[in-house]
Design a protein around this ligand. Structure first.
Ligand code: AMP
Length: 543
């Protein structure tokens, strides 16, 4: 027998119309280039989102069209999230830190019809030259005064939306309609797209505050240091208006000092970002001798947060939430908080508890499996690849059946590539990565891509890239290689060789020449043994 309840398709724009009504005094504060801060309320944003929707339709944007964004965190970028999805189009956020070739790949693979660009990033687009998709419209996220000089045919965002009406009777799309697209470069090969729906985004936005009970309080401020181009800033552009919080957008200055000043001036309550960011802020806090005014809650994720850093913040009275997730999971999968039964435990025990990935959010299911696919018990000891399932998890990659087939199992679970244990109480510990990726400042560097490119250098015979822990960047890649002859290559020569295919931050920090690399029984380089051999190795800059 069926239930007798109404069915209303979940719609992203309903989050903003709700916030404009229920939390009309809240909104968005954005750090501007000139050091000032721009303020706008949710009702005002709603009007501008309506104008943007009209402008897009007037430009000929159709439901299902992909619209790219290449931008830092600002109120205009936030408006794109809503104005694009509300007309049934797809907001494709491009990660501006990726190398030129990958950006071009994504623009073409997504078939973006329009690209919204920050003024500071117009030169990046100019550098794409003839590789830009033919006919793509370029719109600069600023007003007429700040329009950059350029050889490109650019339209000013404010001029585009100004003539449009500030109301829109947005249609109701089926809730499975695509709304957002984010590519992950977390594995080898070209980036792969996670295509989120209105349904998955709204459900995720309702799941997150249930897990992070300390972070969300109506009337307080939340700071996404995590970029809007990195998995929808972990959902905050949806969760903040839904929970009545004002968002503080940091723009492009993400160093410890700039973030400290911003948090202090705005009395940010909860701040979200990767461990590298919080290491930078911690150094500034230590310099100043006091944390930013009003800061009470930190959400750290994207890579494992070190216990020492968690402890440093907790000792200042700032509550730390550790989060594990993935682009393919919208992204939040766990909440690394102290379970209620441990509320009175000593601080050291609480910090140890927060150092693991934590417990799953309601709506995300976990299983761990061994190499044969057999499901392992949740006993805290059995180690296997973590698979996930839920309404906020992809069921395949956008237009990439081949990559989809490698991650989905026969029962419809998504394989994360992370190796983990799960305790009987649901405690998830990420032990390692199945693939040997390097994560620097929250961004992936594919070791296999680097190896393949280095191997194309005539004086390298074999090589392997491994990650070395770094106090600021989480990890940095180093290249361990066997030279092809006595004529040894230098690190500078390798850098020059790799420069066209990689961004500078992706290049290895060191080149170590060895007689031979350790191999596995099946004839592959054994990174496990290589890491053991490198125990005690120190990066050049730390020597
Ligand atoms: P991304 O899709 O770029 O967000 O990267 C997702 C991957 O980052 C995961 O599969 C993990 O390997 C890693 N990761 C994210 N959060 C954590 C965490 N808290 N601890 C350890 N690894 C993490």
């Amino acid at each position: 027998m069926q239930g007798m309840m109404m069915h209303r398709d979940l719609r992203i724009i309903d989050i903003l119309t709700f916030a404009a009504e229920a939390y009309g005094d809240q909104g968005i504060v954005s750090a501007c280039e000139d050091g000032s801060r721009h303020r706008i309320s949710y009702p005002q944003v709603l009007g501008r989102v309506a104008q943007l929707s009209h402008a897009l339709v007037a430009m000929g944007v159709q439901p299902g069209d992909r619209i790219g964004t290449l931008a830092w965190n600002s109120f205009r970028h936030f408006e794109l999230y809503y104005g694009i999805s509300a007309i049934g189009a797809v907001c494709h956020t491009l990660n501006l830190r990726l190398p030129r070739e990958q950006l071009i790949y994504m623009l073409h693979h997504a078939e973006d019809r329009v690209l919204f660009v920050d003024p500071s990033l117009v030169s990046l687009v100019e550098g794409m030259g003839d590789d830009l998709p033919a006919g793509i419209r370029l719109i600069v996220l600023c007003d007429a005064n700040d329009m950059p000089e350029s050889s490109l045919d650019l339209v000013c965002y404010e001029d585009l939306i100004a003539p449009q009406p500030a109301q829109y009777d947005w249609p109701r799309w089926p809730e499975d309609t695509a709304a957002g697209l984010c590519y992950t470069s977390g594995t080898t090969g070209p980036p792969k797209g996670a295509l989120y729906s209105h349904r998955s985004i709204v459900i995720h936005a309702m799941m997150v505050p249930l897990g992070f009970t300390n972070s969300f309080h109506a009337g307080r401020k939340v700071l996404p240091v995590v970029p809007l181009f990195h998995v929808n800033a972990w959902g905050l552009p949806y969760v903040a208006p839904l929970t009545g919080m004002t968002m503080v957008m940091p723009g492009r200055h993400l160093d410890g000092e700039s973030l400290y000043q911003l948090m202090d001036a705005e009395q940010v309550w909860s701040a979200w970002g990767v461990p590298t960011v919080w290491a930078g802020v911690l150094a500034t806090i230590r310099d100043k001798g006091t944390p930013p005014n009003g800061l009470g809650d930190l959400v750290v994720g994207g890579a494992a947060a070190a216990a020492s850093m968690i402890a440093a913040y907790e000792e200042m009275g700032i509550y730390v939430n550790h989060v594990w997730g993935m682009t393919e999971m919208s992204p939040v999968g766990t909440r690394g908080i102290v379970p209620s039964q441990m509320a009175d435990a000593p601080l050291a025990a609480q910090i140890e508890e927060k150092s693991c990935a934590g417990r799953r959010l309601f709506g995300v299911e976990f299983k761990i499996v061994d190499d044969t696919g057999a499901v392992l018990p949740h006993d805290g000891a059995s180690t296997g690849e973590l698979f996930v399932r839920g309404n906020s998890v992809i069921r395949g990659y956008f237009n990439n059946a081949q990559a989809s087939a490698t991650v989905m199992d026969a029962d419809g679970w998504f394989g994360t590539g992370d190796v983990a244990t799960i305790g009987p109480d649901g405690r998830l510990v990420i032990r390692d990565r199945a693939k040997d990726l390097v994560k620097s400042e929250g961004e992936w560097i594919s070791s296999i891509d680097l190896e393949n490119a280095a191997l194309s250098h005539s004086r390298i015979k074999t090589c392997a890239v491994v990650a070395v822990p770094h106090p600021k960047w989480d990890e940095r890649p180093i290249l361990v290689a066997v030279a092809a002859s006595d004529d040894h290559p230098t690190l500078e020569e390798i850098h020059a060789h790799l420069a066209s295919d990689f961004a500078s931050w992706q290049l290895p920090d060191d080149l170590i020449l060895v007689e031979e690399l350790p191999m596995t029984a099946t004839g592959k380089v054994s990174k496990l043994k290589l890491r053991q051999q490198l125990a005690g190795y120190i990066l050049p800059e730390m020597r």
